[in-house]
Design a protein around this ligand. Structure first.
Ligand code: C2E
Ligand code: CA
Ligand code: CA
Length: 646
């Protein structure tokens, strides 16, 4: 095959039914239907006008009645096709069945047949001039019909062929001069019309295929090749329309991965992508052919189950999903545990609008997440309000961080032996414009859950650095850092960058590791703690004695200090067992070469006890409540003068 043929082949790719999916063909048929339907008013006018001309020519001849009957038939069929065309134009289908093509071809053949009858029936009864009129009319109607049907070559053929046959026979029977030349001209016209239609169809097909490809691409998630949010909403709309029409039930499952963010933070986006790809494949393998999986973005996916039998049916599917997620995933060459939280909304009981259902499934997902993840929840109106309030609060927190509406309260830490302030702890405060002051015990877990903790944490470090600049050089500022923050691979780099920005050395910022999340054996948080320690940041273990496995952390974490939890301090006087624990912690720390701070010191008695057992430092309301930075500066000034005076 020559190069020219290749190029031609590329320009006009042949569309054969074997090459394209049924969906693509259905789409092409819909376009053909629309292109034809657009011309139906013109067809009606042309047909009626032609009919009038012919009837006028035959008026008063013996064929008058036959002509009227024929005219009636043509007008009726044209009117019927016109009405069908108007309906098709209004509906503008996005896909059309094969039956549509069949109907159009049949319609074309019927009208063509009627026009074939005209010359056959009437040519013998016309005088020379009128005879010419009818021949011209046949030629005209053949061209007009072919033009209208151009997008569908088979219909063009079905129309042109009978008109041509009728015309040829009539010309043959007539006494027109140059009959055979006229006949040949007719054949050439017909061939040109069919060929032009074929070429037009190919061009239209090629253009449409490109368009379909682009449309499909716009509905595909680039990474996982799953349908995206747009496709999901379109499918859901169709599924909900079915629910209304056939009284079916459908379910929307909103899925969120548990444990994805730590992998992404720790091992980078490539590792995150590996996980997302595996998740996509497992989801695809778990759903039925009729159901629909999509990636909505980030680590959120959705499944639409159609024609479900009710909640039990949905639960069976959820169990299948959870089983599919039981085996670990793999990323960065390591096995990774990824769980699935699922929120479910049902149609029609929770609504029949896609937006409503998605919001409800999302609300249910939030409940599943709040229950600790790895589980599923159906939407429940009773809890919806509370969930919404929490979500609003989260949105407020996000805005508060962006607008720097949070502040730090500073609580001095004193050396028990001398009473000298040796540092302070920075505690985050959030004054909500309408809800008043919100405790960090409430908003820190919220920030951890939403991933806002990273931004919040860095804001705190930055502000702590600003405070440290105002404090004496030997007094570090302690910041609380949650395990979620430590799981970020970039934590150390970011901390060092901030320190440098303020011209501080790392020993001015002490890191208190708060054990709000369980640190597992191979937890990346442990690596980060070592990195930070190597970089020169002192590390303290907060709330010692209350966590999951504090003794174990003494071995695993590169600690400089332990902080005895305030509950132990509180009970140290009245509960001998608490006193015993504190004594042994102080001894243990001394053996390991660690400093000890007792938190929550509220009475002189507690302080005296701590002093008697050799506890190094204390912090608590007895010494000072957490205060604003100006007040802290005053405290430092008083203490310094006290120390100097001593
Ligand atoms: P924590 O790190 O154990 O902080 C000490 C908490 O004890 C503070 O509560 C402080 O106000 C309170 N406290 C201090 N002295 C006394 C006392 O004598 N008696 C009593 N009863 N309480 C005392 P706060 O500020 O409400 O913080 C609660 C927790 O929130 C903190 O516990 C810490 O785990 C977390 N947190 C606070 N700020 C941050 C932060 O910036 N980042 C992170 N990740 N967590 C923070
Ligand atoms: Ca702390
Ligand atoms: Ca603490």
């Amino acid at each position: 095959m020559g190069r020219g043929a290749d190029r031609r082949g590329k320009k006009l790719p042949a569309i054969s039914n074997d090459d394209y999916s049924e969906a693509t063909l259905a789409r092409i048929r819909a376009e053909q239907l629309y292109a034809i339907a657009r011309f139906t008013p013109a067809i009606l006018v042309v047909n009626i006008w032609n009919v009038l001309v012919l009837v006028a020519a035959l008026y008063g001849t013996p064929k008058e009645t036959a002509a009227l009957g024929w005219a009636f038939a043509v007008c009726s069929v044209s009117a019927y096709l016109y009405l069908r065309g108007v309906a098709a134009r209004e509906r503008r289908l996005s896909r059309a069945s094969r039956a549509v093509t069949r109907n159009i071809v049949t319609g074309a053949a019927v009208v063509g047949g009627l026009w074939c009858l005209a010359p056959l029936m009437f040519i013998d009864h016309l005088a020379g001039g009128a005879m010419l009129i009818i021949v011209c009319m046949c030629c005209g109607i053949m061209c007009a019909g072919a033009l209208v049907l151009a997008s569908m070559p088979e219909a063009v053929f079905a129309f042109v062929a009978p008109v041509l046959v009728g015309s040829l026979v009539a010309i043959d029977r007539s006494d027109l001069v140059g009959q055979y030349h006229i006949s040949l001209l007719f054949v050439i016209y017909a061939c040109v019309l069919v060929l032009a239609s074929l070429s037009y169809y190919k061009q239209m097909g090629a253009r449409l295929l490109k368009q379909i490809d682009a449309e499909n691409a716009a509905r595909l998630d680039v990474l996982t090749r799953l349908p995206n949010a747009l496709a999901f909403h379109e499918f859901l709309d169709r599924a909900l329309a079915r629910c209304t029409e056939y009284r079916e039930q459908a379910a929307v499952l909103y899925l969120d991965l548990d444990g994805f963010k730590p992998v992404n933070d720790r091992y980078g986006h490539a590792a995150g992508d590996e996980i997302l790809l595996q998740v996509a494949r497992r989801l695809e393998e778990t759903v039925r052919k009729t159901d629909f999986v999509a990636r909505l973005g980030g680590d959120e996916f959705a499944v639409t189950l159609v024609d479900v039998g009710g909640p039990i049916h949905v639960m069976a599917f959820v169990e299948r999903l959870q089983r599919a997620f039981a085996a670990p995933f793999s990323a960065a060459g390591l096995p990774q545990e990824i769980g699935l939280s699922i929120g479910i909304a049902l149609a029609p009981s929770d609504g029949l609008e896609s937006n409503v259902l998605v919001v409800k499934a999302d609300n249910a997902l939030y409940q599943a997440k709040a229950a600790g993840g790895g589980t599923s929840r159906f939407f429940d109106q009773k809890h919806a309000q509370a969930v919404q309030e929490r979500r609003d609060l989260e949105a407020d927190l996000r805005a508060a961080i962006e607008r720097s509406e949070l502040e730090l309260a500073l609580q001095p830490i004193v050396e028990i032996a001398t009473g000298r302030i040796i540092g302070c702890e920075a505690l985050a405060r959030w004054r909500h414009p309408t809800r008043g002051s919100i405790s960090p015990d409430e908003f820190i877990p919220m920030a951890e859950r939403t991933g806002l903790i990273h931004e919040l944490g860095m804001w705190i470090v930055r502000d702590a650095c600003r405070v440290a600049k105002l404090m004496p050089e030997d007094a570090p500022v302690s910041v609380n850092v949650s395990v979620a923050q430590l799981r970020s691979a970039s934590m150390t780099m970011e901390m060092l960058a901030i320190i440098e920005e303020f011209g501080l050395t790392p020993d001015r910022i002490e890191i208190e590791i708060t054990e709000s999340l369980l640190i597992t054996r191979d937890d990346p948080a442990i690596d980060t703690a070592h990195e930070l320690s190597r970089a020169g940041f002192p590390i303290a273990l907060d709330d010692f004695g209350t966590g999951y496995a504090s003794l174990n952390y003494l071995r695993k974490l590169p600690l400089n200090r332990v902080k005895i939890d305030r509950e132990f301090t509180r009970d140290s006087i009245d509960h001998p067992d608490c006193a015993a624990i504190i004594i042994s912690v102080v001894q243990l720390a001394r053996t390991l070469g660690l400093d000890v701070t007792a938190e929550g010191v509220e009475t002189e008695e507690q302080l005296a006890f701590l002093r008697s057992i050799g506890c190094g430092a204390a912090q608590g309301y007895l010494i000072s409540r957490p205060v604003a930075e100006t007040e802290l500066a005053n405290l430092f000034a008083q203490e310094t003068s006290k120390v100097l005076a001593a």
